[in-house]
Design a protein around this ligand. Structure first.
Ligand code: ATP
Ligand code: MG
Length: 520
């Protein structure tokens, strides 16, 4: 009897304790730092911690768990801090890194943890998203069938990109990679596409100039800039693209179209390599760790075109990779080429010779975007790639001063004019109808009487003429997305009217010059 009553009182006590228990947001576990240096911590005594978990180090200092070993964990510091030392305490939080997401980020520049860098007010959001998230499942995806226009003639016609696609921009340093991506962002103005620009390991001056360009072209209002410069720690550079993707995903899951630029993933790989070497992980090819493919594939797999049931949003990715002396067979370029749905290859040789954007059409490809190209563009661009290839082949051959027959001359003339028309200044995107009309003129040899160096000026003149006299033609192409045979006939008709005008004006100018020359 007695024993029972003892047990009874213990049970009562326990019950009271359970009743008095209140759930609190507690730091669950504590461990001690046993080694610390170069932004990497080794901590003993956190047996229940998980990979990718956030550790709290006191103050506003946090670390991210990267390595789980038998009796210690390796973590990377998310802040630049020199105040930590051996013996300090690290608490596990049970959470993974998250960032504030939502509309209030538009027009802002933030660091990879979501803190503002533009001197604006703090970012307060009810909603956070984990920076690492699984990619949408295959059943939640739809086919890529909507074009994402870059506003760059060479790309929209020959290497079309669809919403939800991942298209790599690859090239040596200073070949216009950033310019191409930024121009694409600028071209999304008024098209209801949200953009995210992620700068990884770049110079502060370069990032500032991108932000400046975006602002000047009214593109910052619909863009979020996530910035981790070269002076920041490797861990921050490492999580920057995942942060950008988390911010982008929020818009995608709300049913919107999103474009994300990762500038660039070569530097991201270098940051990850630094972390891995500090964590003493074994290294592989070019000293990159074995899972370098995985960190990029799990990032780019998060781009998708969602099905209607999932809201129909999309996330299009333009990762950038820098090559060394055009070597696309190095470790990181081959990895990312195999992950993406195509690449735009920029060449220094072309860039130097004045072909800008310096797209090497032969080595560039878009594996899915063709399905998303509109009918008008498909109709005019079908033969452009072939004609250009033909031209390049002939041009190489005729360098040796061979005697040329008339058909070779025609191919060379057409190719040279086509190359000229595909040149485009920075930050001057053109509309779909503009590209369609320009290519209609070129592919039908309607400019064969104009000197190669005057082709662009003549085309600009023709567009001014169209705008003044026949604005309905480009508007119709833009609206219907079709180039009818009648409209093609109209382009010929308007062009000959324009040429007539030009001839008349130049005659008049010549007459005036002769007159004034006579007086003199
Ligand atoms: P980095 O390797 O340093 O990141 P990058 O490949 O991103 O360089 P950009 O910075 O975009 O190249 O461009 C290099 C230079 O070329 C810049 O000065 C830019 O203004 C110029 N440039 C880029 N595109 C064009 C263009 N279409 N027309 C004229 N100039 C251009
Ligand atoms: Mg760049």
């Amino acid at each position: 009897m007695e024993t029972i009553s003892v047990y009874g009182s213990i049970a009562e006590e326990l019950k009271n304790e359970v009743r008095a228990f209140r759930f609190e947001n507690k730091l669950s576990d504590a461990g001690r730092i046993v080694a610390c240096g170069d932004g990497v911590l080794t901590i003993a005594g956190l047996p229940n911690v998980k990979n990718g978990e956030l550790l709290y180090l006191g103050g506003d200092k946090y670390a991210l768990v990267m390595n789980l070993e038998r009796d210690r964990v390796g973590a990377i510091l998310l802040n630049d801090t020199y105040e930590l030392g051996e013996g300090d305490i690290a608490y596990s939080t049970g959470k993974i890194v998250g960032v504030p997401v939502g509309d209030m980020l538009l027009g802002r520049v933030v660091n990879p943890l979501g803190a503002p860098l533009d001197g604006g007010k703090p970012i307060v959001s009810k909603k956070y998203r984990p920076v690492e998230a699984p990619a949408p499942a295959i059943f939640d995806r739809a086919g890529v069938n909507d074009p994402l226009l870059t506003g760059i003639k060479a790309i929209d016609s020959m290497i079309p990109i669809g919403k939800g696609q991942r298209e790599l921009i690859i090239g040596d340093r200073q070949t216009g990679k950033t310019a191409l991506a930024v121009d694409t962002i600028i071209n999304q103005r008024g098209k209801n596409v949200v953009c995210v620009y992620v700068a990884i390991g770049q110079k502060i001056a370069s990032v500032n100039s991108v932000i400046h360009t975006l602002k000047n072209h009214g593109a910052l209002d619909y863009t979020v800039v996530v910035c981790s410069t070269a002076s920041e720690s490797a861990p921050l550079q490492y999580i920057a693209p995942y942060t950008g993707t988390a911010i982008a995903e929020e818009f995608m899951h709300a049913g919107r179209d999103v474009l994300i630029v990762y500038d660039d993933l070569s530097k991201h790989a270098v940051a990850y390599r630094a972390i891995s070497l500090l964590l003493k992980r074994p290294s592989g090819r070019e000293a990159y760790p074995g899972d370098i493919f995985y960190i990029h594939s799990r990032l780019l797999e998060r781009s998708a075109k969602l099905s209607e049931a999932q809201g129909g949003g999309s996330l299009t990715a333009l990762p950038i990779i820098e090559t060394l002396a055009g070597d696309i067979s190095a470790s990181i370029p081959t990895n990312v080429i195999s992950i993406t749905d195509g690449q735009i290859y920029l060449e220094s040789e072309l860039f130097r010779s004045g072909v800008r954007p310096a797209v090497n059409v032969g080595l560039s490809v878009s594996r899915v975007g063709g399905a998303a190209q509109c009918k008008a563009m498909k109709k005019v661009s079908g033969k452009v790639r072939l004609d250009l290839a033909h031209y390049r082949e002939m041009a190489q051959f005729t360098q040796f001063g061979a005697e040329l027959d008339s058909s070779t001359k025609a191919i060379l003339g057409k190719g040279a004019r086509l190359t000229e028309i595909l040149k485009q200044r920075q930050a001057s995107p053109v509309s779909m109808s503009h590209t369609v009309i320009a290519l209609t003129v070129m592919m039908n040899d309607l400019f064969s009487d104009i000197a190669v160096r005057d082709v662009n000026a003549a085309m600009d003149g023709f567009f001014d003429f169209l705008e003044a006299n026949h604005p309905d033609l480009p508007a119709r192409i833009e609206e219907t997305q079709i180039l009818t045979d009648e409209d093609e006939g109209l382009i010929r008709e308007y062009l000959s009217a324009y040429k007539g005008n030009v001839a008349r004006i130049s005659d008049e100018i010549r007459a005036l010059q002769e007159k004034s020359g006579g007086k003199a």
